[in-house]
Design a protein around this ligand. Structure first.
Ligand code: G16
Length: 543
């Protein structure tokens, strides 16, 4: 075994986006492409002597190869020990859990989350820091700066490590420990939730379907929900992670988890439905004929946090991304705790959680989590709901309707226009920015604009400023239109239009969401000319 120095030249476009570097598999397969990015990570980390790292991914195509390459590069950079999930598998929340539990210096997560997998699909890589969370912008920008100036990378010429057997081996002076991907995570869940109550719920005949979408959460859900909580075999479906996710688009929303929605809408619906995404950090909660909006799920979890043993003492605060609905703000106000509004990206929650300012975080993009780790966590959210259903004896629908009756309903939807021309999307955003000063005070039908801006965030802990985080048009009644470009797409640009309307009157809580939002959809089109500028008549996805 020797350490080689291989000459390389920089690749353009290796700037990490909302959640790491995500590109087509074919781009990652170019010789040196992955190596360059990994070299940039190690150059950013500096001296790795004595340090432990965690490594794992969602099992998608190219995962195993990438892991072997990263192991050999970690060894070449003097890493002392690396913990890698068996089969190269670790869900994103499990990486966060393992980093924290084992006091690792950081970790590398291989995933493009909910983006499709397979040879023609997407791949991704991101670095997480010692708190278990995604690296903050100052680190991702340092990585990017290194990618632009590389002339070589270092790698051991060692042979491949057996990823399928639990145990320890060595590359150069580095110890490689292949670990059970589920054990640490399952143990943590057992401390947060009332497993006895959930076991009793299943024993009483309660029925559920968890759709793993042939992605990474399957093994976690199977071990915990069927194994530890006693749900009948077959409760977790599509439980085997596959390299191409079995052709599924592993994004847990009503469009991509259509099979689950059809079941929950039909005569044989179980009591509870749930799904998770490619890397296990997202979740969708479904009742009979009711897909709970992620923003509502966050608010409901916050309002009921104390039912779970891990949160008995109450919550310190709530944080949500700016485009997420303001349903959680109302709960925070009722509980007398702070509610923080951050830019899109889980990395913005890290400082708030570390500083003890927030206990619960959530995003409209089907992400919910807490201070138990520093990533959003799909299985955690599902277990919270199971705990709530067990403790309350109520159905999902009852819980949601009672929540709206108490706090009012924030009708909410996101319209995505995917893979549109990047130049046209940028031009639309610029045209919106140019109008911002003229919007306040304008009347559109029943709505009057109170405030219009391009969201900027000052982190309350480290005072770092993130600007140009999305156009907000806020109406006097609290309704909102938000437009921003996605930072996770891999083709052209994805325009996201977020719509929110508040309704206090319980007799008006039964409207269809798109119907309730129709006037705001019209205003958004009037102001942005989205359809004309993108050449699209309809959004590609509505959640
Ligand atoms: C990532 C981020 C989330 C973000 C989502 C969508 O999720 O971790 O914070 O809300 O992308 O981001 P965008 O709107 O920029 O596409 P995931 O599950 O893809 O890692």
């Amino acid at each position: 075994m020797t350490i080689q120095t291989i000459a390389t030249t920089p690749f353009a476009g290796q700037r990490p986006g909302t959640s790491g570097l995500r590109k087509k598999v074919t781009e990652f397969q170019q010789p040196g492409y992955l190596e360059n990015f990994v070299e940039a990570i190690f150059l950013t980390l500096g001296d790795c002597a004595g340090r432990t790292l965690v490594l794992g991914g969602d099992g998608r195509y190219f995962n195993r190869q990438a892991i072997q390459t990263i192991l050999r590069m970690a060894a070449a950079h003097g890493v002392a020990k690396i913990l890698v999930g068996r089969g190269g598998i670790l869900s994103t929340p499990a990486v966060s859990c393992v980093i924290r539990k084992h006091g690792a210096f950081g970790g590398i997560v291989l995933s493009a989350s909910h983006n499709p997998g397979g040879p023609d699909g997407d791949f991704g890589i991101k670095y997480n820091i010692g708190n278990g969370g995604p690296a903050p912008e100052k680190i991702t920008e340092a990585i990017f700066a290194h990618t632009k100036a590389l002339s070589s990378y270092r790698i051991s010429d060692a042979g491949p490590v057996d990823l399928d057997a639990i145990g320890t081996s060595r590359i150069e002076d580095m110890q490689v420990e292949v670990i059970d991907p589920v054990a640490d995570y399952a143990e943590l869940m057992g401390r947060l939730f009332d497993f006895d109550a959930i076991r009793a719920l299943f024993a009483s005949g309660f029925t559920m379907r968890f759709d793993g979408m042939s992605a990474v959460s399957g093994p976690y859900a199977k071990a915990i929900i069927e194994g530890m909580l006693g749900a009948p075999a077959g409760t977790v479906v599509n439980a085997e992670p596959r390299e191409d996710f079995g052709g599924h688009h592993p994004d847990p929303n009503p469009v991509n988890a259509a099979e689950l929605i059809a079941l929950m809408d039909g005569p044989d619906a179980p009591d509870f439905g749930a799904a998770s995404d490619g890397d296990g950090d997202r979740n969708m909660i479904v009742g009979r004929k009711l897909a709970v909006s992620p923003s509502d799920s966050l608010a409901i979890i916050a309002a009921n946090a104390t039912v779970a043993p891990g949160y008995r003492a109450g919550i310190k605060g709530i944080a949500r991304s700016m485009p997420t609905s303001q349903a959680a703000d109302r709960v925070a106000a009722a509980l007398g705790v702070s509610c923080f509004e951050t830019p899109t990206g889980w990395k913005y929650f890290g400082n708030l959680l570390d500083a003890g300012l927030a206990t619960l975080c959530g995003e409209e993009s089907y992400g919910t989590g807490s201070d138990h780790i520093r990533e959003k966590d799909g299985v955690w959210a599902v277990l919270f709901w199971l705990n709530l259903l067990a403790a309350s004896g109520k159905s999902v629908n009852q819980i949601v309707e009672e929540h709206w009756a108490r706090f009012g309903r924030n009708y909410y939807s996101r319209h995505d226009y995917e893979a549109v021309d990047a130049g046209a999307a940028e031009a639309m955003m610029q045209a919106l920015r140019d109008q911002l000063d003229t919007l306040a005070g304008r009347q559109f039908g029943d709505f009057r604009v109170q405030q219009a801006d391009d969201f900027a965030y000052t982190d309350p802990v480290d005072k770092s400023v993130s600007s140009r985080q999305g156009i907000r048009i806020v109406m006097t009644d609290g309704s909102r239109i938000v437009l921003r470009l996605s930072g996770t797409g891999t083709e052209g640009a994805t325009v996201r239009l977020y719509l929110e309307r508040y309704e206090a009157d319980a007799s008006r809580h039964g409207l269809a969401t798109q119907e309730a939002l129709a006037p705001l959809i019209d205003i958004a089109e009037q102001v942005s000319q989205l359809k004309q500028r993108t050449g699209r008549e309809q959004p590609s996805v509505v959640t």
